[in-house]
Design a protein around this ligand. Structure first.
Ligand code: HEC
Length: 399
């Protein structure tokens, strides 16, 4: 029951997280598009006279819209001003809660991989927390340092540091957890940018206007820089959030480098769209993105680890015995493995029919990607993997 409640909690959190994330990233994409698409009003026009630096016309949902952006601020503050912040906060809060439920509370199976590093639960969770908090302080310090004035150099350094984080996590946590913590670190930077920089800066601008002063443009500039960073972070983070479905990426021997290539492709593709909004078509960026993704596709193609020759005859009984010993603690109608209440992915392996029906999936998980048994908690041997491989090659019959 406890485990079922946890599962249901994770369902609710994941649902909320996706909804809030769509609202946040959707509005972020919209504003970047808006900013990049604005055109300066003609000299002498009414808009120009009241301080509008750019405007555009759009049609959507049966109506016409005419957003205008002011160079620094309008002459007087409107009574009703819309803020965009709860999308970001809700995304981060629900995401972090989900991280706790899915990873930190189950660190033994979800974060620790003995073949990477022999960590204790406290160490694994500690690394997770430190990656998120540390990333923010390093990133924020860089932005505030003199480097913060050089956008291109700053961007390159931030990218290299994230690559270093991917490397470090890849050498301490299990593949999936390493990926997700790179994502939660970037996500933390994004939400903290909103909470600590963008919104406080906007508040200062509004306060200055209420006091009848012209707001200091530094707040707008600083906010804009962080907002642009967030824009480039979105595609990498979104990949990471779905990466746990793609074992070929996170279970690769050099998974961290696979992730770095995918992130570079994502940034390059995002850059193309940002430029295109301004009317500049630079095809080298999507081409670079496609080439990088092509390299990833090739590099992550399954390369079957050589198995030892099978000792003795390959019989179904042996396969069945292996399933019973290594798999059915999780893959049975009532799993006995702590924390697992339902057969994972709906796969049961407790009857001959079920084993035969799942032969190809078993082969995929045990021989090709080798992610099953999960974290090899049930300690399957290479000889046993060889028996399964030979049995499948033989036609996977229940004889
Ligand atoms: C500690 C529990 C555990 C053990 C032991 C275990 N599995 Fe799994 N298995 C899982 C979980 C969790 C998933 C779901 C993974 C996911 O959703 O990506 C899964 C998924 C699967 C899938 C479905 C993957 C797919 O998407 O097609 C297959 C097939 C599978 N396991 C086979 C096996 C075999 C064969 C063994 C034994 C050699 C085994 N598992 C041992 C936990 C376990």
């Amino acid at each position: 029951m406890d485990a079922h409640l946890m599962e249901f909690l994770s369902l609710l959190l994941r649902w909320l997280h996706v909804i809030a994330g769509i609202a946040w990233i959707g509005s972020s994409f919209y504003f970047i598009w808006l900013d990049n698409s604005l055109e300066a009003p003609p000299e002498g026009s009414a808009a120009k006279k009241k301080g509008v630096s750019g405007e555009l016309w759009a049609v959507h949902g049966g109506g016409f819209y005419n957003p205008q952006k002011y160079a620094v601020a309008p002459a007087s503050l409107p009574e009703k001003l819309h803020w965009f912040k709860w999308e970001a906060y809700t995304t981060w809060l629900s995401g972090t809660a989900l991280l706790v439920v899915v990873y930190w509370l189950k660190a033994g199976t979800m974060m620790i991989d003995g073949s990477v590093a022999n960590l204790s639960v406290a160490q694994a969770v500690g690394i997770g927390v430190a990656s998120m908090v540390g990333s923010w302080f390093v990133y924020d310090g860089l932005c505030r340092s003199p480097l913060g004035k050089n956008d291109a150099l700053l961007g390159a350094i931030v990218f290299c540091l994230i690559a270093a984080l991917a490397w470090a996590l890849g050498h301490t946590l299990g593949g999936r957890a390493a990926f997700i913590h790179v994502g939660t670190s970037i996500g933390t930077i994004m939400a903290a940018n909103v909470f600590f920089v963008i919104i406080p800066g906007q508040k200062k601008m509004v306060d200055a206007m209420r006091a009848g002063q012209l707001p200091d443009p530094i707040y707008g500039k600083r906010g804009k820089q962080r907002s642009v960073h967030n824009n480039y972070f979105t595609l990498p983070v979104l990949f990471i959030m779905i990466s746990n479905h793609y074992a070929s990426t996170y279970s690769h021997p050099q998974a961290w480098a696979v992730l770095v290539l995918i992130m570079a492709a994502a940034v390059s593709i995002r850059h193309f769209f940002n430029r295109r909004h301004k009317g500049v078509i630079e095809l080298q960026y999507p081409v670079l993105g496609a080439v990088l993704l092509g390299i990833v596709a090739w590099w992550t193609a399954p390369r079957i680890v050589p198995l030892p020759p099978v000792e003795g005859p390959v019989t179904f009984d042996r396969v069945r015995g292996i399933m019973g010993q290594r798999c059915t603690t999780c893959h049975a109608p009532s799993p006995t493995f702590a924390g697992i209440t339902q057969p994972p992915a709906g796969v049961v392996l407790h009857t001959p029919d079920a084993i035969v029906a799942n032969a190809q999936r078993i082969y995929q998980q045990v021989i090709v990607t080798r992610i099953m048994p999960l974290g090899n908690v049930t300690q399957i041997t290479e000889q046993e993997r060889a028996v399964i491989a030979a049995w499948v090659a033989d036609g996977a019959k229940a004889k």
